[in-house]
Design a protein around this ligand. Structure first.
Ligand code: PHE
Length: 467
């Protein structure tokens, strides 16, 4: 195992010196931990179960798995490869690697927009998690009664001040960590605590699947009913695959730019994908058996996690304590993901405009406090205000996951497959011939050149009702 001694870890003062001295992840293990830290987050614990419940269970999960392998993974490898080659933020990576005058950097710019939209609602959901930490410490929220649990959640999301307070607290928290710098801030937080989250999820799974009546929840997750799979459902599953792996907007370009030259990218990306899938499936197994056992509504979407988890802990010895730990770990997982989202605009602003990271971070988070507020109010004051039939919260989510990320991913593949070409890909992914992975590279290249972009295009056209 590599240790941090091999190379000097980057420090906050490196960060303050701005664009010239790039930071780097200190160790190979740090790369894996930070990348998993970006991928694993509310997407696994909150979004995956919520969407699976709304979209009919097992069939949705299968479509999602296929999209992850055929779309998410190739895009992740592409991004990390490009970022490491150029060692720049997303916009400037694409600008540098593309032939002159070809506007591929627009992918990076669209990614910046996606990052904003995602953060605008993600920070609110993270706010709910922080609020649940507070609530579970300050008084018991444990109950198996659907009405009680829905009321606790409804009070939180319905109150304008509470919703805004928690969102802004989250933004401030992210700001403090990001100003500490990449290696120090991100590696430290994620490396240590994700294994604990995994362990706790396993414990919750065991409790959940042994509840009376859990069987229905297990079959909901395992027995597919493909009659529920429409074009819109496939698009939702593909959008989730992008969101989950943090791809399609340049996060993985930015992270790739901090990778070491020796990092084996296809291997790293595959490991990240497997780890990420495991956490999602575990979260599903922790939640659905309980949903059915207690007679909750599987269709609850965004509130599903927050009403079900207290019920599982209510039926567990030591539940009062474990529920606090659960929400604390979820908050930490959400933090790792948010750091990587905010890193996209921060890296761009600081390198493009020679801003200090501090100023770039403050600017980004200040803007987010404004753009995010309507999402925070979407379950309360602004619940009647809709655009294209969606609240701000849903609109930010839909526009980013179902439109911007797939478009970004598709163009990224087209760039790698048709502009960059096989020779450069081969050199980049074999670490200039040092790795013996030509079969994997050929498979990757075929996917990226033909299969992935075509698939994304078809799903987009069908899901958006264009064909
Ligand atoms: N993958 C993260 C999650 O599942 C969210 C994310 C999306 C992070 C896009 C970065 C970029 O929680």
């Amino acid at each position: 195992m590599e240790t941090a001694k091999e190379s000097r870890p980057a420090t906050a003062s490196d960060a303050a010196h701005g664009p010239r001295k790039r930071e780097a992840f200190a160790t190979g293990l740090g790369v894996l931990a930070a990348t998993i830290g970006s991928a694993v987050g509310l997407g696994n614990i909150w979004k995956f179960p919520g969407m699976t419940g709304q979209n009919g269970g097992a069939a949705f999960v299968i479509v999602y798995l296929v999209c992850t392998v055929l779309v998410g993974l190739p895009v992740m490898i592409s991004e990390q490869m490009l970022g490491r080659r150029a060692r720049k933020d997303a916009v400037n990576t694409l600008r540098e690697l593309a032939p002159r005058r070809q506007p591929w950097w627009l992918i990076g710019a669209a990614g910046g927009l996606a990052a904003f939209l995602i953060m605008a609602f993600y920070s609110e959901v993270a706010g709910w998690v922080f609020a649940y930490v507070y609530k579970s410490v300050s008084g018991s929220i444990l109950s198996t009664d659907p009405a009680t649990n829905s009321a606790v959640f409804g009070d939180l999301t319905g109150s304008a001040w509470e919703a805004l307070f928690w969102q802004w607290l989250v933004l401030a928290w992210v700001g403090v960590i990001i100003m500490m710098g990449v290696a120090k801030g991100i590696e430290r937080v994620t490396k240590r605590l994700l294994p604990l989250l995994l362990l706790l999820l396993i414990i919750v799974c065991v409790r959940s699947v042994t509840l009376d009546g859990a069987g229905d929840g297990i079959s909901f997750l395992l027995k597919p009913d493909f009659s529920k799979v429409t074009g819109a459902v496939v698009l939702a599953a593909m959008g989730l695959a992008f969101f989950k792996l943090s791809v399609g907007m340049g996060t993985m370009i930015t992270y790739g730019s901090y990778f070491k030259d020796e990092q084996n990218i296809p291997m790293t990306a595959t490991r990240v994908m497997l780890a990420d899938l495991s956490v999602s499936l575990l979260a599903g197994l922790a939640i659905f058996p309980a949903v059915f056992a207690f007679g909750f509504d599987v269709d609850a979407g965004p509130s599903l996690l927050f009403i079900t988890i207290p019920a599982v802990f209510a039926s567990m010895p030591g539940g009062d304590f474990f529920v606090v730990v659960f929400f604390v770990l979820t908050a930490i997982a959400a933090t790792g993901a948010m750091l990587s989202i905010v890193e996209v605009p921060v890296a761009f602003l600081s390198e493009q405009f020679r801003m200090s990271r501090k100023v770039a971070t403050l600017l980004t988070l200040g803007l987010l406090a404004i753009v995010g507020a309507p999402a925070a109010l979407s379950m309360g004051e602004l619940s009647d205000v809709t655009i294209f039939g969606k609240t701000f919260f849903d609109l930010y989510d839909y526009a980013s996951s179902n439109v911007l990320l797939p478009l970004g991913g598709m163009f990224m593949c087209l760039f790698v497959g048709w502009v960059w070409g096989f020779d450069k890909v081969k050199r980049a992914l074999s670490n200039d011939g040092k790795l013996n992975n030509s079969r994997a590279i050929t498979v990757f290249f075929t996917l990226v050149k033909y299969v992935t972009p075509l698939l994304v295009l078809l799903v987009l056209l069908d899901g958006l009702n264009i064909i």
